[in-house]
Each structure stands twice: as structure tokens, then as C-alpha cells.
Design a protein around this ligand. Structure first.
Ligand code: MN3
Length: 247
């Protein structure tokens, strides 16, 4: 290979990495010398903003630990579970994590609980970072605003009901605004790292109500955390998901 060809090949390889689709895409295939066929298919996505971007509502230290430690642990444990079945020749079909979560019963029993908990954790957190932004908050507009009004009466009534669901979830979990197959909006709490996907719903907006999401700044005051969180909601992202949800 000439030097020119080598440069071209390297450039093409880099371009392939950059354009890899979606946040749940598999990382680069392992080199041929690695014996495990599927060593680490899942990767931690970068936070789409600085750790302190959501201050003062969500503090930088919480964001750093939440993303770099908690989310990473879900990714690491999911990869570990997948590689354990891969080693035993039970390699699951790696379509997408979303497909697995939509139909957990189709996932090999050996890793089903790991996919539900760690796969759910990876999926939920990958969305959660994008559902927030610096200088977020306010209210949705256009079609999403109309649908919220039609489903809940008004934005403030939606906000009250969503807040109640988040406050009322016993223990760890999430509260979600979801779209059904008919685009009908609903509020849905889930326990642990369960995702609305597993109930056939598309998550549009979600709040993490595990204590790790707020304890450093808010301690036991979950209501204060939820009230502050509304100021960082990324309604553009939510509207985009709503537009793409099944008609
Ligand atoms: Mn969390």
C-alpha cells in the first residue's frame, strides 16, 4: 500500500466512526485477533453539554457522578452480560438495544435480567441527558403543545400530574410522558430501570427519580429536585421525539 492509499484508508475508517448511526450503535468491531466475538458492543455516549451546564438546578458534581459512574456502570455490566453469553456460543442477535427492550421475552433468559436492568439503565440515561439542556424549561409549542392540551386539559395540569407521578413513585424509578401507538399521550411511572418501551410506549420525556440523581444537592427533598428540573427540560428534543413517534 502506498502512503497515499494508507492515508486514504485511514481517512475512510475515521469517517465511518464519525458517521456511525445513533447513540445505541455498536462500537467498533473488535480486532480479528480478539477471541470473544462480541466483547463490548455498547458504549457510554458523551454528555451533550458540560457538567455544570444545568446549574443551579442540577449541580455539576451530581452530573459528573451520574454520567461517569452510574451510567458507565450500566454500560459495563450490560457488556459483561453480553460477552458472557457470546463466550458460550449463545451470541444474541445484536439488532438494537431498543428491539430487545421492546420484547424482553425474546432475549435469552441467561441475560434477560441484565438487559432489563442494565440495558434499561443505558437506554434511559442515554435519553435523559438529551431531554435536558442549558437554559431549557418553559413550555412546548406547536403540535406537542396541542396534544398535551388535548390529553391533559392544559400544560399546567400536565405538569401537576407528571410531578405527582414522579413524587409518588415508591423507591427508585422514573416518571415519563409517553406516546402510544396512536400517538396518544400518557403519564407513566416505571420502577427501577424499566422503560416504557417494554410496555409498547415511546418515551418522550422522563425524569430520573433515583436518589443518585438528586441526593447531593437536594437530599431527601425530591419535590424540590422535580420543581427545579422543569427549568432544564429540552422541549425541542421532546417535540422531535413526538413528531417521530408512530402515527
Ligand atoms: Mn440515574
Amino acid at each position: 500500500m502506498t502512503r497515499r492509499e494508507a492515508i486514504k484508508t485511514t481517512a475512510l475508517a475515521s469517517a465511518a466512526i464519525v458517521t456511525a448511526p445513533g447513540i445505541f450503535a455498536q462500537s467498533n468491531p473488535a480486532p480479528a485477533t480478539t477471541p470473544a466475538p462480541l466483547p463490548s458492543p455498547f458504549a457510554l455516549p458523551s454528555l451533550p453539554y458540560a457538567y455544570d451546564a444545568l446549574e443551579p438546578h442540577i449541580d455539576a458534581q451530581t452530573m459528573q457522578i451520574h454520567h461517569d459512574k452510574h451510567h458507565l456502570a450500566y454500560v459495563t455490566n450490560l457488556n459483561k452480560a453480553c460477552s458472557s453469553v457470546a463466550w458460550r456460543g449463545l451470541a444474541p442477535n445484536f439488532s438494537t438495544l431498543e428491539d430487545w427492550l421492546k420484547d424482553l421475552s425474546s432475549v435469552s433468559e441467561t441475560i434477560r435480567t441484565a438487559v432489563r436492568n442494565n440495558g434499561g439503565g443505558h437506554y434511559n440515561h442515554s435519553l435523559f441527558w438529551q431531554m435536558m439542556k442549558k437554559n431549557g424549561g418553559g413550555e412546548p409549542t406547536a403540535d406537542l403543545a396541542k396534544s398535551i392540551d388535548a390529553s391533559f386539559g392544559s400544560f399546567s395540569s400536565f405538569k401537576d400530574n407528571f410531578t405527582k407521578a414522579a413524587l409518588g413513585q415508591f423507591g427508585s424509578g422514573w416518571a415519563w410522558l409517553v406516546a402510544g401507538a396512536d400517538k396518544k399521550l400518557e403519564i407513566m411511572p416505571t420502577a427501577n430501570q424499566d422503560t416504557p418501551l417494554s410496555s409498547g410506549k415511546t418515551p418522550l420525556l422522563g425524569i430520573d427519580i433515583w436518589e443518585h440523581a438528586y441526593y447531593l444537592k437536594y437530599q431527601n427533598k425530591r419535590a424540590d429536585y422535580i420543581a427545579a428540573w422543569w427549568n432544564v427540560v429540552n422541549w425541542d428534543f421532546v417535540a422531535e421525539r413526538f413528531a417521530k413517534s408512530a402515527a
